[in-house]
Design a protein around this ligand. Sequence first.
Ligand SMILES: [Zn+2]
Length: 170
Amino acid sequence: MLQKTHSVAGMLAAEGVLVHFQVPLLSWETAAALLIGCLAGPLADIDKPGSTMAKVFFPLSFVLRLTNVRHRTMTHSVLFLFAIATLLTPLPELLFWSFLLAYASHAFIDLFNYQGVELLWPIKFKFRLLPKFMAIETGSYKESGFRYFLMLLCIALPVFYNWDTVSDLF
Ligand SMILES: [Zn+2]
């Protein structure tokens, strides 16, 4: 999936966390969680040479390339998610879960892609949620449709849960 699709999915994951913790819509905590969601969503693609995340975190992506870590393997695995969770423990609960679930949303939506994800890396088995003919190819019109659907949810979810705040704005 494209970086923008992962950003939208990451933001949606952070919104889920905000709803769970009942954080007011217009607050700094909400802004911080959404920003973290947007950034953590595409982060796993640091293993993809040429991707924005690989460029932003150049020294790290360079190490991944040197050590021959292939795309959709280590950084997309459950094991790596646990490693990240351990690293993030000092964060406040809201930001911890926003980051972690946004990061996890990456491998989850990549499962709709026909190439599949090595979720149980280092075991070399690729998981895929859809049969090949239904799977979403990166950059395809199906991915655009999928992204618009996620964007709709991104708008609907906070509006639904903060209707009083939203209706006060207009
Ligand atoms: Zn990916």
